[in-house]
Design a protein around this ligand. Structure first.
Ligand SMILES: Cc1cc2nc3c(=O)[nH]c(=O)nc-3n(C[C@H](O)[C@H](O)[C@H](O)COP(=O)(O)OP(=O)(O)OC[C@H]3O[C@@H](n4cnc5c(N)ncnc54)[C@H](O)[C@@H]3O)c2cc1C
Length: 340
């Protein structure tokens, strides 16, 4: 099967790798307008923390949980394929109760009833032992190395102008004026997915939402688990970097950081972890999350044609959901290949 993947973020690269690992018969072309991994995927914090991030047991929580279970294997395999240390760690997470928010007692109770490693502390805070973290920049490097080693995968720099489909059986893409025919197209263009002509998505189906982050560094271990209160989270990577985030801003495709948001992040993170007040700020950056109205990702084929597959709209959970998305899209492609 000849598959064109639009976008080489975590979605595009994870899907390409999974397809190549599952079959040597596939011809996989990944087309990226910029640098592989340079957008939301490398900008992410890297929490793999569905329990810390959820308040209710809904469909998104179940999806996130399912993907977290795939992470141990995903991280181990990627490390051995790329020889890159992903700074993957099942560090657990710790949620502090915040003023005006409901108590964490109920949340811990339903998580306990499902044996999800949740515990309530005497001060009303909650611990989730199974939440984890990874370093997204290292992860994207590892994915790129792994994908480049697969003979079936070609990664090219190109802007996709349009997805073309004349009927349910014919699909292709238009790259700088030239039409490339294929058997299936996977749209994995992150926050830009709705902008690609012929995507069959409403223009507001996937919208960019800016998130700003800051980084400190300490050689001393200041914390083990991911710490969170309200919207602010702070965690330390195994190598000593400390990440604090994040904002949620509907400002279009503007990736700049703002002095106010950075000052607020510094203040909030220092309240959460007072030792941060002694550290210099090392870095600040922003990325564009692919948001959808119900915050559920689009994973699967379009209603109009089974040859157009979506792997987009992962909003705050794209790093966490990568192994699950890759497996689901590969399953779609395989069922398609049986029909060809
Ligand atoms: C500040 C911040 C913190 C985050 N923290 C976390 C976290 O802790 N845990 C977590 O799980 N998730 C987190 N996320 C979310 C996560 O980063 C995203 O959900 C995920 O990276 C989306 O991956 P993607 O591959 O769909 O998009 P992207 O990484 O944006 O990749 C899409 C790619 O498509 C390319 N492209 C677009 N249009 C075209 C075109 N026409 N032709 C060719 N190429 C094109 C782009 O250049 C880009 O490289 C965070 C995001 C941000 C911004």
């Amino acid at each position: 099967v000849k598959i064109v993947i639009i976008g080489a973020g975590i979605m595009g690269l994870s899907i390409a790798r999974e397809l190549a690992l599952q079959s040597h018969e596939h011809e996989i072309i990944v087309l990226e307008k910029s640098i592989p991994g340079a957008e939301a995927s490398s900008a992410a914090a890297g929490m793999l923390a569905p329990q810390l991030e959820s308040t209710v047991s809904d469909a998104l929580f179940e999806l996130n949980l399912e993907s977290r279970y795939l992470w141990d294997d995903f991280a181990t395999q990627l490390k051995s394929e790329s020889h890159i240390d992903l700074e993957y760690s099942v560090s657990g997470s710790h949620e502090q109760a915040s003023v005006g928010q409901p108590s964490l007692q109920e949340k811990v109770a339903w998580m306990k009833s499902r044996s999800l490693g949740a515990a309530l502390e005497s001060d009303g805070s909650a611990r989730y032992a199974l939440d984890a973290q990874v370093n997204p920049r290292r992860l994207l490097q590892a994915l790129l190395i792994s994908a480049q080693k697969q003979p079936g995968i070609k990664i090219r720099k190109a802007v996709i102008d349009q997805i073309t489909h004349t009927d349910a059986h014919t699909i292709g893409v238009e790259v700088e004026g030239t039409r490339v025919a294929c058997d299936a197209v996977v749209l994995a263009a992150g926050a830009w997915s709705s902008q690609v002509k012929g995507s069959l998505l409403a223009t507001n189906a996937v919208v960019p939402v800016r998130g700003q982050l800051i980084r400190f560094h300490s050689d001393a271990t200041l914390m083990h688990a991911i710490e969170k209160r309200g919207h602010t989270y702070v965690f330390q990577r195994p190598g000593g970097d400390i990440i604090a985030g994040s904002t949620i801003e509907f400002v279009g495709f503007d990736k700049s950081t703002t002095a106010d948001a950075i000052a607020e992040l510094k203040r909030e993170s220092q309240t959460l972890v007072p030792a941060l007040a002694q550290l210099e700020l090392c870095e600040q950056w922003a990325g564009l999350r692919p948001w959808t109205a119900d915050q559920m990702p689009l994973i699967g084929s379009s209603r109009e044609t089974p040859r157009l597959l979506y792997a987009a709209g992962h909003f705050r959970n794209g790093i966490l959901l990568a192994p699950l998305t890759a497996k689901r899209i590969a399953a779609h492609v395989n069922s398609l290949s049986n029909q060809i």
